[in-house]
Design a protein around this ligand. Structure first.
Ligand code: ME8
Length: 540
């Protein structure tokens, strides 16, 4: 039995609107989940929304609505986006759902019982206006005055529940030493290790200065810190803390996760605090925390004030101009999957679209289907045995590309998976250019050779398309309709489907135009025009 495959996105804050960053992480997970299901792995893909905390409480207050109302509205917006992007998540968890809240309390009770969570006292310099503590060093630097209001900082004391993170220092160090692939990409490991070497301190996990959170069990006035609440989503969605439930028996086998995919800014919580919590709960640790880098725009950090934020309306313009699958292709092949940030620009998007999708993928499918139309009356010719002018062993080439692509998918090397699959299309292009079937067609004596060439082109395109399906499912299914390919990814037989020679001679092939040329890059949306000063009256 193949190992089950559980993948998660971060759960997104509901005090923000969905943008390219959220769409990016979720699309990566979607591609992986589709590939694993196609490989026959029992797959579970989770995303959701993070709905508690003082920020949500404050945003709601500012809008004059309740925090729950704000969470309901914005969580619905995140779910709408999933549909818009054709994402195939198996569940969507909200941290305000009773199933989550109940289980967080069960888990915290367990941690109190084992002594890993305890009631502690914290004393520090408090800025009453900002509701914020400063360390002794910082307070001294501020001359014991609020940097905002100028009022004196006060010496304040708070009772909070703490997680005994310090007790896990050695176990975490050992764990990192023996699991070099726990944090990926590899370039991120050192930042975790060097902070770990500074020494771990216990972390407060409850708050008493606001109420929008899960109540700490048996501790009136305390709500659970939003980050602790949020991390637990990865196990509450599987009902791990409710062993008698039906959902538990259906889902508990997915734990531990194969990948928690996150952005680099939240690595510490996932690579250190989360494993320590799991160790305290005696649960197995996830196999890999994959922390990608950031999208930036036109060389700058995206920000609302610069007007270069790739928000939902902008993304929808790309879908309309280039198609959803072209957007997915760009996300997967040009995104910040490794340790460096990626720059989103309309020009680069346009260039990659034209080079890889129009001129390579679509063009290869279109010229092959057109030649079959012209020379074989739109029916796939039979592969005559023997030579087709080059010494390519297509069955071996296809087998090699298939196995490398599948390995890349499994290892979350999605860019390489997509490019390896596309290399088979490039191989077909090279083959056509070398064998020049349009010239051979001029002499009927070459019919057997021409048939062999076009069969091999169509078969290699079929296999490449199958391997590309996780990245661009709609366009590939369109290709399958033109090429008469019968394939159901839900059957989970990716590698068997990619074995050479399954296309049947005589299959009707239609001319296929997958990606249309687009004239020019999308112009940026005009920034909001500043209000023009009133024009001076024209002199009489
Ligand atoms: O941090 N480029 O939620 P969040 C790429 N609720 N990805 C980006 C990005 C960018 N410019 N900006 C955001 C939270 N992301 C917590 C998580 S998990 C238990 C709790 C993506 O709404 C990236 O995946 O701020 C990042 O980690 C996530 O959005 C942050 O989403």
């Amino acid at each position: 039995m193949q190992q089950s495959a559980y993948i998660t996105t971060p759960i997104y804050y509901v005090n923000d609107k969905p943008h390219i960053g959220h769409a990016y992480t979720t699309t990566l997970c979607d591609v992986w989940a589709r590939a694993m299901r196609f490989c026959g792995r029992d797959t579970f893909f989770l995303t959701g929304t993070d709905e508690h905390g003082s920020k949500v409480e404050k945003s709601a207050q500012a809008k004059g609505i309740s925090p729950q109302q704000l969470a309901d509205e914005n969580s619905a917006e995140f779910r709408r986006v999933l549909a818009l992007f054709g994402l195939s998540n198996d569940d969507f968890i909200r941290t305000t759902e009773p199933r989550h809240e109940r289980q967080v309390q069960v888990l915290l009770r367990q941690l109190v019982a084992t002594g890993d969570v305890y009631l502690g006292e914290f004393e520090g310099w408090y800025d009453e206006g900002q509701e914020e503590y400063h360390t002794e060093t910082k307070a001294k630097e501020l001359e014991y005055k609020s940097p905002i209001s100028g009022r004196p900082l006060v010496r304040a004391r708070e009772h909070n529940y703490y997680f005994r993170l310090s007790a896990f220092q050695k176990r975490l160090e050992d764990f990192f030493a023996t699991n070099p692939e726990f944090v990926r990409p590899n370039a991120r490991v050192n930042e975790v290790l060097s902070r770990l070497r500074d020494g771990l301190q216990d972390v407060p996990i409850t708050r008493t200065n606001f109420t929008w959170g899960i109540p700490m069990p048996d501790a009136p006035g305390h709500v659970v810190y939003v980050w602790i609440d949020a991390l637990f989503n990865y196990v509450t969605a599987l009902d791990l803390a409710e062993p008698m439930s039906a959902a538990h028996s259906a889902r508990s086998q997915y734990w531990p996760a194969r990948y928690h995919v996150i952005g680099k800014e939240i690595l510490w919580f996932h690579a250190v605090i989360w494993p320590a919590l799991l160790m305290a709960l005696k649960l197995p640790l996830p196999q890999c925390i994959y922390a990608h880098s950031f999208w930036i725009a036109d060389g700058q950090k995206m920000s609302k004030s610069l007007g270069n934020f790739i928000d939902l309306p902008t993304i929808e313009r790309y879908h309309a101009a280039y198609s959803l699958d072209a957007w997915r292709w760009y996300m997967v092949t040009q995104g910040p999957l490794e340790a460096t940030d990626a720059d989103f620009s309309a020009k680069h998007f346009h260039e990659m679209y034209t080079a890889e999708l129009v001129n390579t993928f679509a063009n290869c499918a279109s010229r092959t289907s057109a030649m079959i139309g012209k020379y074989f009356d739109g029916k796939l010719p039979a592969e005559a045995t023997g030579d087709a002018l080059t010494n390519r062993v297509w069955s071996a080439i296809a087998a090699d590309v298939t196995s490398r692509t599948i390995t890349h998918y499994e290892r979350f090397e999605l860019r390489q998976a997509a490019q390896t699959a596309l290399s088979l299309i490039r191989e077909v292009d090279g083959f056509i250019n070398e064998t020049q079937p349009f010239k051979l067609a001029k002499d009927p004596a070459n019919t057997a050779q021409l048939a062999t060439i076009l069969y091999r082109c169509a078969e290699a395109i079929r296999i490449a398309s199958v391997l590309l399906w996780p990245v661009m499912p709609s366009k590939v299914e369109e290709l399958w309709r033109c090429f008469g390919v019968v394939c159901d990814p839900r059957e989970g037989k990716l590698s068997a489907v990619c074995a050479w020679g399954q296309s049947r001679a005589g299959t009707p092939i239609e001319k296929c135009a997958l990606y249309m040329r687009v004239d020019a890059p999308l112009a940026p949306l005009a920034p909001l025009a500043p209000v023009a000063p009133a024009a001076p009256a024209a002199p009489a």
